[in-house]
Design a protein around this ligand. Structure first.
Ligand SMILES: [Ca+2]
Ligand SMILES: [Ca+2]
Ligand SMILES: [Ca+2]
Length: 850
């Protein structure tokens, strides 16, 4: 501990009356990455903007990373007390950093109200000052509504105390608060005029009341790692609980902006406590699923840059008597810095005796893990037996004593009206492209298909990929696993009840049923089958209760049910977005051809119909595309339909598809081998030996890409830094490596196989939990963004997107807060891709596996 010099300096400063003017080691500094920093505290000012696809993603604004955890965000001028996901967010421009003044300044604009403000954040001693400037007074419509907000993460504050002007209280674990119902005319606009709640005909919206109001707030005086003081000399600070409107709401500290004033209209001081001498605890990355005796075993240890690395680490083995024995000690080898932290490695590959172990690094002891020949045996079973069947739409899904959901959407789907934008990023174009009139029932679409993710829509593109993932898994590995009862006749699924049919065939059938209904009934593929109103899109709970199961009847009142009980006036029916996209039809044609191969001999009628639609859509889509420019083949990653030609060749054996595929493949491999190799490897079993030889130099090139990843980051996998974290990329990377090893073992050796699995199962930044809620993992993640996210829970077999990158240097995966989809939401596309990875990996590393 080296707090003594600080204390002396502080004492001197106080004695001399210099206060915050003295540059103490405790002061925040504006660093080279353009944020305010001292050990334990990062204050980010518009490093991350409100630019995600879904408006307020709780990932932007002024943010606080407090002792390594991003506990606060959303610092901005906002238009309501507890903003929801679809409330308006400001566009932020003109961000300026002034090093001499130690300020970061930005302009915030709400175009909907022609309202601009300027926010200036200045380092002042141990904290920051936040000031808001207006050049013009608040617009009339925003008087009493616009304010400066800063949001705090509930899971890091509940159960802790707070003080408001000295009055003490406690942050609630669950929201129970006071609200007012106010006329809708007073409600600030929401994004694109959407409405997040159903007012049940009351004409009123809910306005939460503050938990407390004062000029000075102290958050968590009982926890030095979360203690924050906020004060304002001339405005009330109000503390709100945003969870009252939406389960993903945060605690909000807010001051309203004054009306009729210009210039400096608000000033806050925000001081987050830094624990003296604090050093972040090492994050010891290892596989929570464990290791095969023969495989490489390297722990990647993530360290605070101020931490002094240990010289050795040890492996302990647990005996039958519960006693631990040190069985190995090895040197710590430095890797280097990667973004915020420093990385070292600990190689314990020489330990090969099966058993139960833990790693000891300095004072940190990990949880236990296994070294055994069987560790990977069950890695896909939670996904195939639990996660996937729970996501079967239009069925009742039961597990033991629990109904996961009843049969959803019994009333079917209505034709989406032309020129409709959709909140899940779809759009119905200027015509319906069908024989149906706007809002007319399209009968027969409520069959088969899979929920997209944590939401309940059928994304056609994703469902096409899902069926292809299943077919690929079936054709390569023929898994006979049967642990699920599926009855299309009863519309009933029962988990853990074998019914004599391999589950994967039933999954293929279920996906095909919906897609085929689209092709046969609509005549082409819909973009999506999705919610028509936002107030049931964010549904949490039983999917069967999203709609009332009764068709909408415009002759009835808003919440009325017809006397015969067969229709209702509730506008909750789902819509089919049916604008025709020939490229989607092309992909569907490919999928139908593949599905028909797999379904042959199991459901011949469905197989024949799928093949018929494949041929029809292929011809029609080709004709439609022929009339369009071919520019879509010239993207940076090559032709979008390269894989389509390959799958069509596999399905039909027709040479012209192979010719078209090869014409696109080789230039695409030249441009980007790491992106294209997977498609090329898919072709190997169906091509001749000269194809394999011609592919060989590209696999050599791919090997040098693998080597370059070792230098790119300490984990040796491609780490995405987009707005949706990168587990999906790692899964696909892992699958490519498995097949590259299968066909070219002399180039891609078996050591490469474990990179993706290690990363997914716990050897990654931020924490060391398995990102897959898989069987066998000692410590999988506890919470995921699934349809049970409001219960802070998970659905077994889910794969989290994982480590979300926040600019400029922070990786994050909350495991106490499920609601950030970009880090915690598994998707049907991603989880069925994991099925292929798991099967390929298991068989690749243990060729004698089932
Ligand atoms: Ca969706
Ligand atoms: Ca079955
Ligand atoms: Ca209905």
């Amino acid at each position: 501990m080296s707090y003594k010099p600080f204390m002396k300096k502080l004492l001197t400063a106080v004695l001399l009356g210099l206060g915050s003017c003295s540059a103490s080691a405790q002061d925040l500094k504006l660093n080279d990455l353009e944020y305010f920093e001292k050990q334990g505290i990062n204050v980010l000012v518009y490093s991350n903007l409100f630019t995600g696809g879904f408006n307020d993603e709780k990932n932007a604004g002024i943010e606080l990373i407090h002792h390594g955890v991003r506990t606060s965000q959303g610092g901005a001028v906002r238009l309501s007390s507890t903003p929801e996901q679809w409330d308006l967010v400001p566009t932020i421009s003109n961000r300026k950093v002034d090093r001499s003044l130690k300020t970061i300044e930005a302009t915030l604009r709400y175009a909907e109200y022609d309202f601009d403000s300027r926010v200036v954040v200045t380092a002042k001693g141990k904290g920051v000052e936040i000031t808001v400037y207006l050049d013009k007074p608040l617009p009339k419509a925003l008087e009493g509504k616009a304010g400066f907000n800063l949001e705090f993460l509930p899971s890091q504050y509940w159960g802790k105390a707070y003080l408001a002007d000295g009055r003490f209280n406690r942050f609630p674990r669950y929201v129970v608060g006071n609200t007012l119902a106010k006329p809708n005319s007073e409600k600030p606009k929401q994004f694109k005029g959407y409405n997040t709640s159903d007012d049940r005909g009351s004409g009123k919206f809910i306005d939460p009341l503050p938990l407390e109001t004062g000029r000075s707030l102290v958050l968590a005086p009982d926890d030095p790692s979360r203690l924050v003081k906020i004060s304002s000399p001339d405005a009330d600070l109000m503390l709100y609980d945003g969870r009252i409107l939406a389960q993903n709401g945060w605690f909000v500290v807010r001051s309203k902006l004054p009306t009729g004033k210009t210039g400096k209209v608000l000033s806050w001081t925000v001081e987050a406590n830094a624990i003296d001498g604090w050093i972040r605890e090492p994050n010891i990355g290892f596989s929570q699923v464990g290791y095969l005796p023969s495989q490489p075993k390297v722990s990647v240890i993530e360290l605070d840059k101020k931490d002094k690395p240990e010289t050795t680490a040890s492996l302990y083995k647990l005996g039958e008597d519960g006693k631990a024995t040190k069985v190995f000690s090895g040197n710590i080898v430095p890797w280097g810095d990667y973004y915020k932290y420093h990385y070292v490695k600990f190689d314990f590959s020489s330990v090969t005796t099966p058993g139960i172990y833990y790693i000891q690094y300095g004072a940190v002891k990990t949880n236990n893990f296994l070294i055994a020949q069987t560790v990977y045996d069950q890695i896909t079973e939670a996904t195939s037996d639990v996660w996937i069947p729970i996501h079967m739409n239009h069925m009742t899904v039961n597990e033991g004593y629990r109904i996961w959901h009843g049969e959803p959407f019994k009333e079917g789907y209505l034709q989406a009206p032309p020129n409709t934008d959709h909140f899940d990023l779809h759009r119905q174009g200027p015509t319906t492209d069908t024989k149906y009139k706007a809002l007319e029932l399209i009968p027969g679409l409520n069959i088969g298909g899979y929920f997209d993710a944590g939401d309940f829509d059928i994304e056609t593109g994703a469902n096409i990929g899902v069926v292809q993932n299943f077919v690929k898994t079936w054709e390569y590995f023929k898994p006979q696993r049967d642990q699920t009862f599926v009855s299309q006749k009863q519309r009933y699924v029962d988990l853990h009840r074998p019914d004599g049919t391999p589950d994967i065939l039933q999954f293929i059938e279920h996906g095909t049923l919906n897609l085929l209904a689209q092709a046969e009934i609509i005549g082409h593929m819909a973009q999506t089958l999705s919610n028509s109103v936002l107030d049931n899109y964010h549904h949490l709970g039983d999917a069967a209760s999203i709609t009332d199961g009764l068709p909408y009847n415009p002759k009835l009142g808003a919440h009325e049910i017809a006397a015969d009980g067969k229709s209702s006036g509730v506008k909750d029916d789902m819509w089919a977005f049916t604008s025709r996209n020939p490229r989607l039809d092309f992909r569907a044609a490919t999928m139908f051809a593949a599905a028909s191969r797999a379904l042959k001999g199991y459901n011949d009628d469905l197989a024949d119909r799928a093949l018929k639609q494949s041929k029809r859509l292929l011809k029609e889509a080709s004709d439609l595309l022929a009339g369009q420019s071919q520019d879509n083949n010239a993207g940076p990653f090559g032709a979008a339909n390269m894989g389509t030609y390959l799958q069509l060749f596999i399905a039909t054996g027709e040479q012209n598809y192979s010719d078209e595929f090869l014409k696109l493949l080789w230039p695409s491999l030249e441009r980007n081998v790491s992106f294209t190799l997977s498609t090329a490897l898919d072709a190997v079993p169906y091509m001749n030996a000269s194809f394999t030889e011609k592919l060989r130099p590209y696999v050599v090139k791919y090997k040098s890409y693998l080597d370059s990843l070792e230098k790119n980051n300490p984990y040796g996998v491609p780490i995405g830094i987009g707005n949706w974290a990168g587990s999906g990329d790692v899964v696909n990377f892992g699958t490519t490596v498995c097949f590259a090893h299968k066909f070219f073992p002399d180039i891609i050796d078996s050591k490469q196989l474990y990179k993706a699995s290690n990363y997914l199962f716990g050897c990654h930044p931020y924490h060391n939990y398995s990102l897959v809620a898989t069987l066998g993992a000692t410590r999988p993640k506890n919470v995921f963004y699934g349809n049970n996210r409001a219960d802070f829970s998970f659905i077994p077999g889910n794969v989290a997107p994982g480590l979300l990158f926040r600019k400029p240097d922070h990786f994050e995966n909350y495991d106490d807060w499920p609601f950030l989809w970009g880090q915690n939401e598994g998707t049907i596309g991603g989880n069925t891709a994991y099925l292929i990875f798991g099967e390929a990996f298991r068989r690749g590393v243990s060729p004698k596996a089932r």
